[in-house]
Design a protein around this ligand. Sequence first.
Ligand code: ADP
Ligand code: MG
Length: 393
Amino acid sequence: KLDVSPAVGPRPRPEADASDSGVQVVVRIRPPCSVEGEEAPGSCLCKTSTNSVAIQGQSFTFDAVADAASTQEDFFTLVGPPLVENCLSGLNSSIFTYGQTGSGKTYTMWGPLSAISGDSMACERGLAPRVFEHLFSRIKQEQGKHKDKELICSCTCSFLEIYNEQITDLLDPMQKNLQIREDVKTACVYVESLTKESVFTMKDVNQLLVKGLANRRTGSTSANADSSRSHCVFTCVVKSESKNLGDGSNIIRMSRMNLVDLAGSERQKLTHAAGNRLKEAGNINRSLSALGNLINILAEISQSGKQWQHVPYRNSKLTFLLQESLGGNAMLAMICTVSPSESCKSETLSTLRFAQRAKAVKHRTVVNEEKEDDVNALHVQTKLLQDNIADAA
Ligand code: ADP
Ligand code: MG
């Protein structure tokens, strides 16, 4: 088992409260469409059951497979509600989208900007806005449920981009090259000076998403004109305080939810990158290959029960920042997006292999909850969280 301290909230309580859970891996096959460099529809893979795909005679099994027929709403239903329930019960969780450029990562995570802002095609809203809709409605539901309890929730969000191994604040793009810090006492990893915004309504959330996504960097490469060369991390810290009006006892839960849209996973040679673009590609590969290495190591630890002296979280900004999600105290869902196109076959295979390794990783999660006795200790943690880390990813 890994001994990694949680990055948010109290340290783990005794073993009995911790549970081992696997990474949830869901594959989404994009419908055939005209993405640059792809020839007319011709599918190289097919969904063979609710949770398996076949490609070139090989079969892969995951937690679920969504194909072209799966709408944004269907897809949310598959992965969104458990994430929200985790969040409300004080568990940290993260969702990643992984896949080659043009396979549908951004569409799946956020959806088109016009859909988020409500200008048109609201049905195309991606996971992020739907997760918050569900979160807000569940909070309301819980608040109305118990007459003898008062439930107070707060949500604080941040949005950052890792590009070229540099962190930019997407809610204030003048803030570039931000540094990752670690609080020695609590083992909290956070981004210094990152903007944190409280959200109360969907309007607040949508505004943050639209603002951040509009500030996201895009670059043209020959692989895809709009290819995104950056990793984007939207983080929300949810704090809920449940006060028993009868005896005055109080339970405080705190959880962190990371929504991570990764840069394209395609190998560098495909992009014919040169000069600065090559440097970017190199760094993007550094973060992604660090992620790949970590997944390999964590899968091996999970399968063999072997202890590693050193898990290399610090090899890249991405893995350092998200170390809690990667084998630490967080539930992790990995959404692997693939194109159905023949011309993408080898990248699709490599995405499915990555997904298969991720499936082998086991996590140890604990509920970040403190009862009245521990409230003082938690207040110190909460203050630290608010002062320093709130939404470090
Ligand atoms: P990525 O972020 O992986 O580079 P995008 O999310 O930008 O890929 O998707 C590439 C194109 O395919 C976009 O035009 C997007 O709208 C479209 N697309 C992706 N997935 C789907 C889907 N499931 N249904 C409909 N269109 C999709
Ligand atoms: Mg994208």
